[in-house]
Design a protein around this ligand. Sequence first.
Ligand SMILES: O=C[C@H](O)[C@H](O)COP(=O)(O)O
Ligand SMILES: C=C(OP(=O)(O)O)C(=O)O
Length: 375
Amino acid sequence: MSSASNPTAPHQSATENLHVSAFETVLSPRELKDAYPLSAAAERTVFAAREAVRGILHGTDPRLLVIAGPCSIHDAGQALTYAHKLAALRSELSGQLEIVMRVYVDKPRTTVGWRGYLTDPHLNGAYDFSGGLRRTRELMLAINDLGLPVATELLDPFVPQYLFDLLSWVCIGARTAESQTHRVMASAVSAPVGFKNGTSGNLKIAVDAAVAARNPHAFFTITDDARACIVHTRGNPDGHVVLRGGSAGPNYGADSVSEAARLMQLAHLTPAVVVDCSHANSGSDHTRQHLVWQDVLAQRQNSRDSGNQDSSDQRSGAALRGVMIESHLNAGKQSIPADLTDLQYGVSVTDACIGWDETEALLRGAAVDGLGSKR
Ligand SMILES: O=C[C@H](O)[C@H](O)COP(=O)(O)O
Ligand SMILES: C=C(OP(=O)(O)O)C(=O)O
């Protein structure tokens, strides 16, 4: 497989490339897929998980979608250790929960910071994209091969061409849900896509994004051979809303969920909501994620117990289809040290995560009768 070529200095004129220091070629999607082809086992995982997630979102499968995993991947070995644990729990709890692993490799930043395993796999600012693409595809394949489906945030508009076939659930994040580039890209995604509310807490951004992505579009991208092309899409019918809180505070409560459901209904979308227990819903304090988690479960329970079909509890519980947690092998977070041998094992290098023991306890606690079981 060819790899990235050496960076070349750009042609500079009075009006061009004034702020560009180098161009560097990168491997094509086909080269990457030839090196790491979709295995039969991974294809089965992805196909079945997408069907299951669609069933949950559209209300034909009563189980709870759970998206769990690190805020960001920074070490493939540690991610696989986590995946083995989660895969075992997924098969044990599959009657009640559809568990998908967060494998987030392209991180949006508020200003600057480490941009993720795909962009900077060596965590040193070298931006070895080709190495990051190889490592990411190899890791996502290995996780799918375990029978554990993969969820990720799509940030860079060309990256999906390299990974689409491995993804069972996709997120468009709070910083990009209002971006047309991301909305039209989502219209092409073969998996269900969740749109987050804006960092301000603006919920309409997410609903508008799902409406935009449901429609056909045409946009610039690259073919498998990395030629520039226009792709024409049919629209994604499985867009939904992910509530992550905002600058005014959390938005996981019954009133917020019910308002999201109302706006989705008005827009002729299936009212399907996923609650992110982290980010502004926990004030980025991992020790508070369990409070959000318990509230989501209580809303689902209340909805089942409530006789009043028009109550806010009933509406919110009925719309709540999924929950996301940021979870790693060990709790907390760490800064990336100058000497990478100083990294603590299994601890997030971006937002703080809960540890494995708490993750297992939360997942087992959710898999109780009455919250939705596969018949
Ligand atoms: O999910 C991770 C972070 O919340 C997101 O990447 C933004 O991080 P930052 O505000 O630290 O840049
Ligand atoms: C960046 C993330 O979330 P948000 O877009 O909600 O900030 C994330 O889930 O990693």
